[in-house]
Design a protein around this ligand. Structure first.
Ligand code: G3I
Length: 342
């Protein structure tokens, strides 16, 4: 669905579609996040985009108006894109990539190795060489198909136990005889597409100091071993307890010293307190931008399609009808007022 010319009415913005239909969404009464971000060379994105949602014209209109990057939710995870040996479900991700292309948006690949969603034909492999070769073929199939269209990838997500205290005992960990699967995954990804920027995605490091230290040790080791790692994707699924002020800057400084980019990949705020949510969105954005982060994504943008573990929480910045919430305005304000250091 290609969107074109927009007209602002009293409280709605209406966009003429290529099909000659019109779609109207609530006006924010402001410039878009995307406009503010692009003036400062910042990627502002929504993750968790199930391509099926794009059939909803309002969803598509707000997504392309407000954001200049997107990433899929589960659809690039192994069992979704390649559920059985020899079959890849390309049409779904093709749809996302085509949408991004039509709207001049960056696609961030999420899910090459995730902590869920491996298909049975992979889990059933018992021979190490065959397992590694299957990883190579999987990475090559995906990264070759989207070469030049998806050039930022989360290669490994959630290698560490959620609350810290070691690595998850996944099939990869088991087959490689320990944590060296992480570095190997990056080497395989780099061979598949040497032009791509490769990220290590992790949760809760902004919240749990012991896990943060564990993550620092993991990342330092990867860099020491010359693993082709280009950056860190901090998830930032936040509750009522926001990261302690200074933590984001501390992390950015640490990773910058190792020559790595720091990004935020999945920001959202899970609380029933809307005022607190507004404040936390603003505070995180403010510290992230000041620390030098130039790629920030949220885990979705409308509460119509939300992910949460907290019953009743509405963690995103637009409501179910695409009305902007306080979280939109605090995010917008910080982006609009941000002044980059020379
Ligand atoms: O597709 C099946 C469907 O066939 C079945 O009927 C249904 C029954 O429960 O399950 C469906 O699969 C669900 C899948 O999402 C697709 O909707 C899984 O149960 C469910 O566990 C899965 O949850 C996803 C979760 O990752 C685990 O993969 C969430 O949608 C997704 O938002 C979440 O995303 C993760 C990021 O990848 C990594 N960072 C954390 C983030 C939130 O947990």
């Amino acid at each position: 669905m290609k969107l074109s010319t927009s007209v602002t009415l009293a409280s709605a913005v209406c966009v003429a579609l290529a099909t000659s239909d019109t779609v109207c969404v609530p006006s924010t009464g402001t410039s878009s996040l995307r406009d503010e971000a692009e003036r400062k060379d910042i990627l502002i994105g929504s993750g968790a985009i199930n391509p099926a949602y794009l059939e909803d014209a309002q969803f598509a209109a707000v997504l392309s108006e407000q954001f200049n990057s997107l990433s899929p939710e589960n659809e690039l995870k192994w069992s979704f894109i390649n559920p059985t040996k020899g079959f890849c479900n390309w049409t779904i991700i093709d749809r996302l990539v085509d949408f991004a292309d039509e709207h001049d948006m960056v696609v961030k690949g999420h899910g090459l190795i995730s902590s869920c969603c491996d298909p049975d034909f992979v889990l059933d492999i018992t021979d190490f060489d065959m397992f590694r070769q299957t990883m190579v073929e999987h990475f090559e199939a995906i990264m070759h198909r989207y070469h030049g269209k998806v050039d930022r990838w989360d290669v490994v997500s959630e290698a560490l136990l959620d609350m810290g205290g070691g690595f998850k005992n996944t099939t990869y960990y088991h087959m490689f005889g320990g944590s060296r699967y992480v570095g190997e995954a990056f080497r395989i990804a780099h061979s598949a597409d040497p032009t791509a920027r490769l990220f290590l995605n992790e949760n809760l490091v902004e919240t749990i100091p012991e896990k943060r230290q564990e993550f620092y040790d993991l990342v330092s080791g990867l860099v020491r071993d010359n693993v082709p790692l280009h950056g860190i994707a901090l998830q930032m699924h936040i509750t009522e307890i926001a990261p302690v002020p200074g933590t984001i800057k501390e992390m950015v400084d640490f990773f910058t010293n190792l020559g790595l980019e720091t990004t935020i990949a999945e920001l959202d705020v899970h609380t029933l307190n809307a005022t607190l949510q507004t404040e936390i969105y603003g505070a995180v954005m403010e510290e992230a931008l000041a620390a030098g982060i130039t790629d920030i994504s949220f885990w979705g943008f409308t509460d119509k399609h939300l992910y949460t573990w907290l019953p009743g929480a509405k963690p995103l910045m637009f409501d179910e009808e695409y009305n902007p919430k306080g979280a939109f305005y605090s995010t917008h304000k910080v982006l609009a007022e941000f002044v980059q250091q020379a």
